[in-house]
Design a protein around this ligand. Sequence first.
Ligand code: ARG
Ligand code: ZN
Ligand code: CA
Length: 244
Amino acid sequence: PLGLVTIPTVVHVVWSQAAQNIGDDQIATQLEALNRDFRKRNADLSVLPPVWVPLAADADIEFVLADVTRTRTDVATFDTDDGVKSARTGGVDPVSTDTHLNLWVCQLGGGLLGYAQFPGGPPETDGVVVTHTAFGSSGTATAPFDLGRTLTHEVGHWLNLRHIWGDDGDGCGGDDFVADTPNQAGPNYGRPTYPKVSCNNAPHGDMFVNYMDYTDDAAMVMFTLGQAARMAAALRGPRSGLLA
Ligand code: ARG
Ligand code: ZN
Ligand code: CA
Protein backbone atom coordinates (compact mmCIF):
# COMPACT_ATOMS: atom_id res chain seq x y z
CA PRO A 1 0.00 0.00 0.00
CA LEU A 2 1.04 3.56 -0.72
CA GLY A 3 0.01 5.15 2.56
CA LEU A 4 -1.04 8.76 2.54
CA VAL A 5 -0.17 10.55 -0.71
CA THR A 6 -0.06 14.35 -0.70
CA ILE A 7 -0.47 16.09 -4.05
CA PRO A 8 0.76 19.68 -4.47
CA THR A 9 -1.91 21.61 -6.33
CA VAL A 10 -1.69 24.78 -8.41
CA VAL A 11 -4.87 26.78 -9.03
CA HIS A 12 -4.98 28.96 -12.16
CA VAL A 13 -7.78 31.53 -12.01
CA VAL A 14 -8.52 32.84 -15.53
CA TRP A 15 -11.10 35.64 -15.74
CA SER A 16 -12.66 38.12 -18.13
CA GLN A 17 -15.31 39.53 -15.76
CA ALA A 18 -14.45 40.59 -12.22
CA ALA A 19 -16.74 38.03 -10.56
CA GLN A 20 -14.81 35.23 -12.25
CA ASN A 21 -11.65 36.32 -10.44
CA ILE A 22 -12.70 34.21 -7.46
CA GLY A 23 -11.35 34.91 -4.00
CA ASP A 24 -8.83 32.95 -1.99
CA ASP A 25 -11.71 31.99 0.34
CA GLN A 26 -13.52 30.20 -2.49
CA ILE A 27 -10.33 28.35 -3.39
CA ALA A 28 -9.93 27.36 0.28
CA THR A 29 -13.48 25.97 0.51
CA GLN A 30 -12.77 23.87 -2.59
CA LEU A 31 -9.53 22.39 -1.27
CA GLU A 32 -11.22 21.60 2.05
CA ALA A 33 -14.08 19.82 0.27
CA LEU A 34 -11.68 17.87 -1.96
CA ASN A 35 -9.69 16.71 1.05
CA ARG A 36 -12.83 15.75 3.00
CA ASP A 37 -14.10 13.69 0.08
CA PHE A 38 -10.80 11.92 -0.64
CA ARG A 39 -10.27 11.16 3.05
CA LYS A 40 -13.86 10.00 3.70
CA ARG A 41 -14.32 12.83 6.16
CA ASN A 42 -17.47 14.22 4.54
CA ALA A 43 -20.28 14.41 7.09
CA ASP A 44 -22.93 13.71 4.44
CA LEU A 45 -21.72 10.12 4.21
CA SER A 46 -24.58 9.64 6.65
CA VAL A 47 -27.03 9.61 3.70
CA LEU A 48 -25.56 6.33 2.45
CA PRO A 49 -27.92 3.38 2.17
CA PRO A 50 -26.48 0.89 4.72
CA VAL A 51 -25.65 -1.67 2.02
CA TRP A 52 -22.88 0.58 0.65
CA VAL A 53 -21.36 1.69 3.95
CA PRO A 54 -18.73 -1.12 3.88
CA LEU A 55 -17.69 -0.12 0.35
CA ALA A 56 -17.04 3.58 1.06
CA ALA A 57 -13.31 4.27 0.82
CA ASP A 58 -10.76 6.60 2.32
CA ALA A 59 -8.65 7.11 -0.83
CA ASP A 60 -5.72 8.21 1.33
CA ILE A 61 -4.93 11.16 -0.93
CA GLU A 62 -4.68 14.76 0.20
CA PHE A 63 -4.20 17.98 -1.76
CA VAL A 64 -2.16 20.94 -0.60
CA LEU A 65 -2.30 24.36 -2.24
CA ALA A 66 1.11 25.09 -3.75
CA ASP A 67 0.36 28.25 -5.74
CA VAL A 68 -2.40 30.42 -7.17
CA THR A 69 -2.00 32.25 -10.49
CA ARG A 70 -4.39 34.93 -11.76
CA THR A 71 -4.72 35.74 -15.46
CA ARG A 72 -6.99 38.24 -17.17
CA THR A 73 -8.33 37.10 -20.54
CA ASP A 74 -10.40 38.41 -23.45
CA VAL A 75 -12.01 34.99 -23.87
CA ALA A 76 -15.65 35.14 -22.72
CA THR A 77 -16.17 31.38 -22.31
CA PHE A 78 -13.81 28.45 -22.56
CA ASP A 79 -14.58 25.00 -23.96
CA THR A 80 -13.22 21.44 -23.78
CA ASP A 81 -10.64 22.35 -26.46
CA ASP A 82 -8.02 23.13 -23.76
CA GLY A 83 -7.85 26.82 -24.70
CA VAL A 84 -7.67 27.79 -21.02
CA LYS A 85 -4.49 25.72 -20.66
CA SER A 86 -2.29 27.87 -22.90
CA ALA A 87 -1.25 31.52 -22.88
CA ARG A 88 -1.41 31.41 -26.70
CA THR A 89 -5.17 30.95 -26.54
CA GLY A 90 -6.02 33.35 -23.74
CA GLY A 91 -5.34 31.01 -20.84
CA VAL A 92 -2.25 30.08 -18.84
CA ASP A 93 0.23 27.23 -19.23
CA PRO A 94 0.43 24.49 -16.58
CA VAL A 95 3.46 24.09 -14.32
CA SER A 96 5.33 20.93 -13.30
CA THR A 97 2.63 18.47 -14.38
CA ASP A 98 4.81 15.48 -13.39
CA THR A 99 4.71 16.49 -9.75
CA HIS A 100 1.66 18.77 -9.43
CA LEU A 101 -2.07 18.79 -10.05
CA ASN A 102 -2.92 21.81 -12.19
CA LEU A 103 -6.45 23.23 -11.82
CA TRP A 104 -7.90 25.89 -14.09
CA VAL A 105 -10.93 27.83 -12.82
CA CYS A 106 -12.65 29.92 -15.50
CA GLN A 107 -15.99 30.54 -17.20
CA LEU A 108 -16.87 27.41 -19.17
CA GLY A 109 -19.59 27.58 -21.84
CA GLY A 110 -22.56 25.38 -22.63
CA GLY A 111 -23.44 24.42 -19.06
CA LEU A 112 -20.26 22.40 -18.72
CA LEU A 113 -19.20 22.06 -15.08
CA GLY A 114 -15.71 20.71 -15.65
CA TYR A 115 -13.48 18.28 -17.51
CA ALA A 116 -10.28 16.37 -16.86
CA GLN A 117 -7.38 14.76 -18.70
CA PHE A 118 -6.81 11.08 -17.95
CA PRO A 119 -3.31 9.75 -17.08
CA GLY A 120 -0.97 9.26 -20.03
CA GLY A 121 -1.94 12.38 -22.01
CA PRO A 122 0.24 15.27 -23.17
CA PRO A 123 1.88 17.18 -20.29
CA GLU A 124 1.03 20.58 -21.78
CA THR A 125 -2.69 19.97 -21.22
CA ASP A 126 -2.56 17.82 -18.06
CA GLY A 127 -4.91 18.71 -15.24
CA VAL A 128 -8.51 19.61 -14.49
CA VAL A 129 -10.76 22.51 -15.54
CA VAL A 130 -13.77 23.59 -13.47
CA THR A 131 -16.21 26.43 -14.14
CA HIS A 132 -16.05 29.00 -11.32
CA THR A 133 -19.75 28.61 -10.36
CA ALA A 134 -19.16 24.92 -9.57
CA PHE A 135 -15.90 25.51 -7.68
CA GLY A 136 -15.87 25.43 -3.89
CA SER A 137 -18.80 26.52 -1.75
CA SER A 138 -18.47 30.29 -1.26
CA GLY A 139 -18.25 33.29 -3.61
CA THR A 140 -19.72 32.45 -7.04
CA ALA A 141 -20.46 28.78 -6.23
CA THR A 142 -24.07 28.07 -7.12
CA ALA A 143 -26.46 25.27 -6.08
CA PRO A 144 -26.87 22.43 -6.83
CA PHE A 145 -23.14 22.30 -7.66
CA ASP A 146 -21.82 24.26 -4.68
CA LEU A 147 -20.30 21.53 -2.50
CA GLY A 148 -17.09 21.17 -4.50
CA ARG A 149 -18.01 17.78 -5.95
CA THR A 150 -17.29 18.74 -9.55
CA LEU A 151 -13.61 18.78 -8.64
CA THR A 152 -13.90 15.52 -6.69
CA HIS A 153 -15.42 13.91 -9.82
CA GLU A 154 -12.84 15.41 -12.20
CA VAL A 155 -9.86 14.48 -10.02
CA GLY A 156 -11.32 10.97 -10.06
CA HIS A 157 -10.94 11.03 -13.87
CA TRP A 158 -7.47 12.56 -13.59
CA LEU A 159 -6.56 9.52 -11.47
CA ASN A 160 -8.04 7.18 -14.10
CA LEU A 161 -11.62 6.62 -12.90
CA ARG A 162 -14.33 6.19 -15.53
CA HIS A 163 -17.98 7.12 -15.12
CA ILE A 164 -19.84 4.62 -12.99
CA TRP A 165 -22.30 3.75 -15.79
CA GLY A 166 -19.51 2.53 -18.07
CA ASP A 167 -19.70 5.27 -20.73
CA ASP A 168 -21.84 3.28 -23.17
CA GLY A 169 -24.85 5.54 -23.12
CA ASP A 170 -27.87 3.86 -21.59
CA GLY A 171 -26.77 0.31 -22.41
CA CYS A 172 -25.73 -2.39 -19.94
CA GLY A 173 -22.56 -3.45 -21.75
CA GLY A 174 -20.23 -0.66 -20.58
CA ASP A 175 -17.61 -1.11 -17.88
CA ASP A 176 -15.88 1.23 -15.45
CA PHE A 177 -13.21 -1.43 -14.79
CA VAL A 178 -14.01 -1.40 -11.08
CA ALA A 179 -15.39 -4.61 -9.57
CA ASP A 180 -17.36 -3.25 -6.61
CA THR A 181 -19.53 -0.73 -8.45
CA PRO A 182 -22.88 -2.11 -9.70
CA ASN A 183 -23.50 -2.35 -13.43
CA GLN A 184 -25.61 0.71 -14.27
CA ALA A 185 -27.38 1.79 -17.46
CA GLY A 186 -26.80 5.52 -17.92
CA PRO A 187 -25.99 8.58 -15.81
CA ASN A 188 -28.26 9.68 -12.97
CA TYR A 189 -29.08 13.35 -12.41
CA GLY A 190 -30.52 15.37 -9.55
CA ARG A 191 -31.16 13.56 -6.28
CA PRO A 192 -32.48 10.06 -6.99
CA THR A 193 -34.42 7.99 -4.48
CA TYR A 194 -32.97 4.64 -3.33
CA PRO A 195 -33.26 2.08 -4.82
CA LYS A 196 -32.92 3.09 -8.48
CA VAL A 197 -32.75 -0.17 -10.41
CA SER A 198 -31.28 -0.67 -13.92
CA CYS A 199 -29.31 -3.38 -15.75
CA ASN A 200 -30.52 -6.22 -13.50
CA ASN A 201 -28.83 -4.60 -10.51
CA ALA A 202 -31.80 -5.16 -8.12
CA PRO A 203 -32.31 -5.01 -5.20
CA HIS A 204 -29.81 -2.27 -4.42
CA GLY A 205 -29.72 -0.70 -7.86
CA ASP A 206 -27.50 2.07 -9.20
CA MET A 207 -24.86 3.49 -6.88
CA PHE A 208 -26.01 7.05 -7.63
CA VAL A 209 -24.27 8.23 -4.43
CA ASN A 210 -20.94 7.70 -6.18
CA TYR A 211 -18.76 10.68 -7.10
CA MET A 212 -18.43 9.27 -10.63
CA ASP A 213 -22.15 9.54 -11.41
CA TYR A 214 -23.79 12.83 -12.60
CA THR A 215 -26.03 13.48 -9.60
CA ASP A 216 -26.20 16.79 -7.70
CA ASP A 217 -23.38 17.62 -5.32
CA ALA A 218 -25.62 16.87 -2.33
CA ALA A 219 -26.35 13.36 -3.62
CA MET A 220 -22.79 12.14 -4.33
CA VAL A 221 -20.85 11.14 -1.24
CA MET A 222 -18.45 8.23 -1.88
CA PHE A 223 -15.72 6.48 -3.82
CA THR A 224 -15.63 2.68 -3.46
CA LEU A 225 -12.68 0.60 -2.27
CA GLY A 226 -12.27 -0.60 -5.86
CA GLN A 227 -12.14 2.96 -7.16
CA ALA A 228 -9.58 3.88 -4.50
CA ALA A 229 -7.46 0.91 -5.60
CA ARG A 230 -7.71 2.02 -9.24
CA MET A 231 -6.56 5.54 -8.28
CA ALA A 232 -3.67 4.06 -6.28
CA ALA A 233 -2.69 2.03 -9.36
CA ALA A 234 -2.56 5.25 -11.39
CA LEU A 235 -0.29 6.75 -8.70
CA ARG A 236 2.02 3.74 -8.85
CA GLY A 237 1.96 3.82 -12.67
CA PRO A 238 1.54 6.77 -15.02
CA ARG A 239 1.29 9.31 -12.19
CA SER A 240 4.20 8.03 -10.09
CA GLY A 241 5.91 11.43 -10.36
CA LEU A 242 3.43 12.60 -7.73
CA LEU A 243 4.86 10.18 -5.12
CA ALA A 244 7.32 12.23 -3.14
N1 ARG B 1 -17.91 16.61 -16.34
C1 ARG B 1 -19.19 16.64 -15.67
C2 ARG B 1 -20.04 17.71 -16.33
O1 ARG B 1 -19.56 18.77 -16.60
C3 ARG B 1 -19.03 16.92 -14.21
C4 ARG B 1 -20.18 16.47 -13.38
C5 ARG B 1 -19.98 16.86 -11.93
N2 ARG B 1 -21.16 16.62 -11.15
C6 ARG B 1 -21.44 17.29 -10.01
N3 ARG B 1 -22.49 16.96 -9.30
N4 ARG B 1 -20.69 18.25 -9.59
O2 ARG B 1 -21.20 17.49 -16.59
ZN1 ZN C 1 -17.03 12.86 -15.75
CA1 CA D 1 -24.30 1.93 -19.58
